[in-house]
Design a protein around this ligand. Structure first.
Ligand code: ADP
Ligand code: MG
Length: 204
């Protein structure tokens, strides 16, 4: 998969654009089970990424992903900044310049493992990992059309955090009262997965 400069630009614009467009929704999800800053944090991070769009799009994919990760760590803050920063930086470290389907799966698995280590978290804790892990599993299934199903898998996985009880992050302070709300980080992960898949599909 040759990801051209135009595609790298479109990827950054679409991912950032989707997060920024949904900032109020992410904030209201975080108002229910956190401190109400997830949308604000994510918007600040991705606005900073967009200010550097020309330079980022001109970089080879691995370097661009690492640079995006660094900006997210510095600008998002909270719990999600270091975690999303780790995800993007690790993807950048693991992906070759011209990745194939298998490279994407391997890099995504390595990036998720890094997020798990950093957050001392795993599937079922009601976090972003509850979207990222099902997406990885769908990629690994290698079934025909699995890439095209990822936005729907991610959206369903975000919704599936609603009945979960949070055991990591700020929402865990609420105990049983975290049940009944979609996790904000799960929703932001689903938005990003969907934007990436739709951009790559359009570029293919
Ligand atoms: P904060 O909780 O510091 O206010 P944000 O509101 O920006 O940070 O992000 C909250 C999101 O971060 C949660 O919805 C959850 O998805 C994710 N998160 C929090 N802690 C962890 C963790 N230990 N592992 C994975 N994801 C986490
Ligand atoms: Mg918060």
């Amino acid at each position: 998969m040759d990801i051209t400069e135009a595609t790298r630009r479109a990827l950054i614009e679409r991912v950032a654009g989707s997060v920024i467009l949904h900032a109020d929704e992410l904030t209201s999800l975080d108002q229910a089970i956190g401190d109400g800053d997830h949308g604000i944090n994510m918007k600040r991070g991705f606005e900073a990424v967009l200010t550097d769009l020309d330079r980022l799009a001109a970089m080879p994919l691995p370097e661009a992903l690492q640079a995006v990760g660094m900006t997210l760590v510095m600008k998002i803050g909270g719990a999600s900044g270091p975690l999303y920063g780790t995800l993007f930086m690790e993807l950048g470290k693991s992906l070759p310049d011209v990745p194939g389907f298998a490279d994407v799966t391997i890099a995504f698995e390595a990036a998720i493992a890094a997020v798990k280590r950093r957050g001392k978290s795993d599937a079922g804790c009601k976090t972003m990992l509850d979207v990222l892990i099902p997406v990885l599993e769908t990629l690994k299934s290698g079934q025909p059309g699995s890439a095209g199903r990822l936005p729907a898998v991610a959206a369903a996985a975000a919704e599936a955090t609603r009945p979960m009880k949070a055991v990591r992050g700020r929402a865990s302070f609420l105990g049983d009262r975290s049940i009944g709300h979609v996790d904000p980080g799960a929703r932001s992960s689903a938005l990003m997965i969907s934007a990436i898949c739709k951009t790559l599909e359009a570029a293919a």
